[in-house]
Design a protein around this ligand. Structure first.
Ligand code: LLP
Length: 430
């Protein structure tokens, strides 16, 4: 709740505006995005990682307005699909400042990316190296590429979002020799320009030792490429994954502190290897947009359910759920929430905030103490939903994906409108 506070009447505010007023027109569920908070987090990475290129990972959340803010704050942009690229270009992002990821980009996606002039394509398979080389040759350009490598690091995060261990789909293994072979293949193509290596060890990580081990292994390969292929690669990307606080137990580091640690590791390693320090880049997504957004729901029903041993749990059903935030169901993620529309002096009860979808795993917040008088019509706000919330939202049960309301200087503006039934029916052509 960095920019939110309670007014005297107990009503929660975001960016100086009362939550009930913010959602009065757009209804709930709705995402509320604090633009200043987003921009200041973007700047904290830009300034903290001074001398680096900071690519905002659009997969965390992207829309035209956000892509503009990213460019205005001097960040580059990481996209991983034609949809994201289209939004980036529509927002006026300079193509040279776009990096393109993905383990299975289609031929159409590659053609459009090369044609648009994206600065770097991060290649992820031998097939793709040939495809990008062909497309670039056909279009008569020399395409910048990075080789995505797997450093073989066990990042301490959920299995599905860890990406640097060997047995997963991303990247070329360093230890098997594939990564070196991939670099050799790229170098052999006149239509490709090998800019550097790319490593992303996973997401929602707090312990910098993962980046340390990865950086060592990646730099050893970087040095080997210099020595054996005669190419001193100009760049190195260490990916994203910087963790945020979903609950009070998490304790994320300041970007400047992270930068200092990572830079020290890289410069030390380069000195030991006797190689120049490459131009570094990182790709934070969650750490920029996650804390800047909250989701506001309206309570619909409240139910007491008896538990073994005589206790009970209060089930608070809200008007959204796993269609606007799949992370609790998918990763067992922890969120908190709070009553946003009024004060209450009622004693707190242990509540579970659940959605309106047709399965019992449709949980938004597993355990939270909410006032015992919580009732239909109350607004509940869940902080920290900016990353991988709206971007992974679905139409499950024909839910209409919620709007995003941006708040700045005491004014609110809808930057993504709510879907309508007509939007859904437009694709259902019988
Ligand atoms: N760079 C690459 C190559 C990535 O694959 C990712 C995330 C990022 C950067 C940004 O990572 P971040 O800084 O946002 O952690 N849906 C999952 C997260 C999947 C992350 C996928 N890749 C979740 O909700 O936790």
């Amino acid at each position: 709740w960095s920019s939110s506070a309670r007014k005297d009447d107990g009503v929660l505010q975001v960016g100086g505006l009362a939550i009930p007023d913010l959602v009065a027109d757009v209804n709930t569920p709705a995402y509320v995005l604090d633009e200043d908070d987003f921009r200041s987090r973007a700047r904290a990475f830009r300034d903290g990682f001074a001398g680096y290129d900071v690519y905002y990972a659009g997969k965390a959340f992207l829309c035209t307005a956000v892509a503009r803010w990213v460019a205005e704050e001097g960040l580059c942009l990481d996209v991983c699909s034609d949809g994201e690229l289209t939004v980036a270009l529509r927002a006026g992002t300079a193509p040279a400042r776009i990096g393109y990821h993905g383990n299975n980009k289609t031929a159409m996606e590659l053609r459009r990316a090369v044609d648009a002039g994206v600065g770097r394509i991060i290649v992820d398979s031998f097939h793709e190296i040939e495809r990008v080389a062909d497309v670039a040759r056909q279009l008569g350009v020399r395409q910048g590429v990075m080789v995505r490598v797997t450093a073989g690091v066990e990042a301490h995060t959920h299995e599905f979002i860890a990406t640097a261990h060997e047995d997963q789909k991303f990247g070329f293994s360093i230890s098997s020799g594939d990564a070196f072979d991939a670099a050799s293949r790229v170098v052999a193509h006149d239509s490709l320009e090998l800019r550097g290596l790319h490593s992303h060890i996973g997401s929602q990580i707090f312990d910098t030792s993962g980046w340390e081990v990865a950086a060592r292994r990646v730099l050893a390969l970087h040095a080997r490429i210099g020595a054996e292929l005669g190419r001193v690669l100009p760049e190195l990307d260490l990916g994203g994954g910087f963790g945020i606080a979903y609950t009070t137990q998490d304790d994320p580091a300041d970007p400047a502190v992270l930068a200092e640690q990572i830079t020290k590791i890289v410069t030390g390693e380069c000195a030991a290897l006797g190689i120049p320090v490459p131009h570094l880049s990182i790709e934070p997504g969650r750490a920029i947009v996650g804390p800047a957004m909250c989701t506001v729901y309206t309570v619909g029903t409240v139910k007491q359910v008896a538990l073994d041993g005589g206790a009970s749990r209060t089930y608070v059903s809200v008007d959204g759920g796993m269609s606007d935030n799949i992370r609790t169901a998918l990763y067992d993620a922890d969120y908190s929430c709070t009553l946003a529309s009024r004060a209450s002096a009622a004693a707190p009860v242990l509540a579970r905030v659940v959605g309106k979808h047709c399965e019992s795993g449709d949980i938004v917040v597993k355990d939270e103490f909410l006032p015992g008088d919580i009732a239909p019509g109350d607004l509940v706000a869940v902080p920290g939903t900016g990353a991988y919330g709206r971007s992974m939202a679905s139409n499950y049960n024909h839910a209409l994906r919620p709007p995003v309301v941006a708040v700045k200087d005491g004014a609110a503006r809808v930057i993504v409108r709510r879907e309508t039934v007509e939007d859904l029916l437009a694709t259902d052509i019988g």
